[in-house]
Design a protein around this ligand. Structure first.
Ligand code: TRP
Length: 328
């Protein structure tokens, strides 16, 4: 069977955290053996929210690339690149913007949620740019969380619209949902950097333990001896990922009260730190030679560009807009 293509994207928020690792990255790492992988750091998307202060973008991109590689994305198998370095993303975004109506975009839940504070033309077009990211590589699969379902659907819709308006150029992309449960943070909401309830991969072991100590747990379990309820507890959720035999080791002892929350958190800290140790080591090593990271991003850009140019040639030819002879 022909090897299929995957495109995934992440906004450059700087260093990654356990939620990114378990919710997205591990899945990408698993997929890189079987697909042509393109991992796009979507800096233009991040401008929709923070166009005023761009001073941290370069560092954020760098740190994200470091964490990608330290976690196990292999730059040999996977093109890791920055969206704004492949200008064709902007070109296809513009062409796609002709094929979609404004009301379709204003109805998107992601727009509805934030339109009071964010009502720029750029933010309205966020899903169109995402569709361009996906279709530019003719990606068959897009690994995303459930919250991105409508965006992938829109990419498919735009691909079909383009094909029926001009000529068949695009494949129909499909979402590939991760089966990992939602990772919750210290306040029992989705783990995210903006809520500051997260465990960054670049925390020290001590910081990790300290942060876990602040995590929400069953409010009915006040002290050791009180019976607790592991289901829905953010600490137990992480135990399931990091503690072998968590079901037998943690559940009965939490329920009976024998295991107190502090001990339970410290046990998790130990296991989590053990699991993160190789990533943290690799991270420290990569930080010693930043050029390696910038080279990885340059190689990724070149590979992505060549694929993107190939698809855009087909787009221009389908639209009969390839007016000039190709440069020699
Ligand atoms: N919108 C995605 C998110 O917030 C990020 C993204 C941009 C993306 N372009 C993409 C994800 C293309 C997958 C494919 O998570």
């Amino acid at each position: 069977m022909k090897k299929e293509t995957i495109l995934s994207g992440m906004q450059p928020t700087g260093s990654l955290h356990v939620g990114n690792l378990e919710g997205a990255l591990r899945n990408w790492i698993r997929l890189q053996d079987d697909y042509w992988m393109y991992c796009c750091i979507v800096d233009w998307h991040s401008l929709t929210a923070s166009y005023k202060d761009t001073s941290g973008l370069k560092d954020a991109i760098f740190n994200m690339a470091v964490d990608f590689v330290a976690s196990g994305l292999d730059p040999e198998k996977c093109a890791i690149f920055v969206q704004s370095e492949v200008k064709e993303h902007a070109e296809l975004h513009l062409l796609f913007s002709m094929l979609i109506t404004v009301p379709t975009l204003t109805r998107m839940p992601t727009y509805q949620e934030k339109k009071e504070s964010l009502d720029s033309y750029g933010f309205l077009g966020y899903p169109v740019l995402q569709a361009a990211d996906i279709c530019l590589y003719n990606a068959n699969k897009v690994p995303v969380g459930k919250d991105q379902e409508k965006h992938v659907w829109m990419a498919k819709d735009l691909a079909l619209r383009f094909n029926s308006t001009y000529k068949k150029v695009f494949v129909e992309p499909e979402a590939l949902f991760t089966e990992i449960p939602l990772i919750l943070g210290a306040d029992n909401r989705k783990m995210s950097k903006s809520l500051d309830n997260h465990i960054p991969l670049d925390f020290t072991e001590k910081q990790t333990q300290k942060r876990l100590r602040t995590f929400y747990t069953d409010p009915k379990k006040q002290r050791k001896g009180d019976p607790g309820n592991p289901e829905g507890c953010p600490i137990y959720l992480l135990h399931k990922l990091y503690t072998p035999g968590a079901k037998e080791e943690i559940v009965p002892n939490c329920k009976s009260g024998e295991l107190g929350c502090v001990d339970c958190k410290d046990r998790l800290a130990q296991n989590l730190n053990e699991a993160l140790a190789p990533i943290r080591e690799k991270r420290a090593e990569l930080l010693k030679s930043p050029d390696v990271i910038w080279d990885i991003l340059a190689t990724g850009r070149d590979r992505a560009s060549s694929r993107a140019q190939n698809v855009m040639d087909k787009v221009r030819s389908a639209m009969k807009t390839n007016y000039r002879k190709k440069k020699k």
